[in-house]
Design a protein around this ligand. Structure first.
Ligand SMILES: Nc1ncnc2c1ncn2[C@@H]1O[C@H](COP(=O)(O)OP(=O)(O)OP(=O)(O)O)[C@@H](O)[C@H]1O
Length: 225
């Protein structure tokens, strides 16, 4: 008998911001382990909203509606606290375990931020600092948007995640950094069996990167490949 396996499963989800019409009505999604899924759709189609729901930032229905690694992404907070589920979005904050949302702007160094995260494999940390070309002496209130973004991405990748949700995070990166990062993501999926969902409007270099493409339109999922 074939055992069904999904890293991400959404079952008949309904969601709208309070007072507004629902964005999703009876929405279903299944993403298998090792997938690199591109999430695409017009502005306002609901990509960010969906990623935030998957990241457990909105309570939607009961425990069985939004499942990540077979847990409820909203109720089972250990998913985020353990680093198994990592979300990198547009805002300049990073959710770090029980510390909650930590701002990424202020008079402190990149080193302070990165080495302040406990329980990290030093080899993985060095690899990410190198990959993202981060100068540990950067002061976070004086760096450029792209430099701050590199630190944010590094923080989001320090724990060896099982599911990674990316919302347009490569937008401030230069071409070389973006390509290196995409290659790193591919290796992570292939070597560690992780799952990545990446919402973007920038398709350069993604032709052979993605294993799945999910297109959202009118609150429905049109799976393309
Ligand atoms: N906090 C909020 N409160 C109320 N409505 C919201 C909120 N955030 C988003 N929306 C609405 O929800 C819909 C989906 O927005 P969302 O940001 O998820 O789209 P998106 O596909 O990520 O768009 P883009 O490609 O422009 O980033 C839009 O109509 C938007 O106006």
């Amino acid at each position: 008998m074939e055992v069904e396996s999904s890293s991400i499963k959404v079952n008949g989800m309904q969601f709208g911001y309070s007072g507004d019409n629902p964005i999703f009505v009876d929405f279903n999604l299944k993403i298998s382990p090792r997938s690199r899924c591109l999430l695409v759709g017009a502005n306002g189609s609901g990509k960010t909203t969906l990623l935030k729901i998957l990241a457990g930032k909105h309570m939607v229905g009961g425990r069985n509606v939004v499942r990540v690694l077979d847990f409820s992404s909203f109720h089972d907070t250990h998913l985020v606290c353990s680093g198994d589920l990592s979300y990198l979005g547009g805002s300049w904050t990073k959710t770090i375990g029980s510390a909650g949302d930590v701002p990424l702007q202020g008079d402190f160094s990149a080193e302070h931020m990165i080495f302040g995260v406990e329980g990290i494999d030093p080899i993985r940390r060095e690899k990410l600092i190198d990959l993202l070309d981060i100068d540990l002496q950067w002061r976070m209130h004086k760096v450029s948007d792209g430099q701050r973004r590199r630190v944010q991405i590094c923080l989001g990748l320090l724990h060896p995640f099982q599911v990674l949700l990316l919302d347009e995070v490569t937008v401030d990166l230069d071409v070389v950094a973006r390509m290196d990062l995409l290659e790193f993501f591919k290796e992570e999926c292939e070597q560690r069996g992780c799952t990545i969902v990446y919402a973007t409007h920038i398709f350069d270099g993604l032709e052979s990167w993605a294993t799945d493409l999910a297109y959202i339109q009118d609150g429905d999922l049109k799976r393309v490949i």
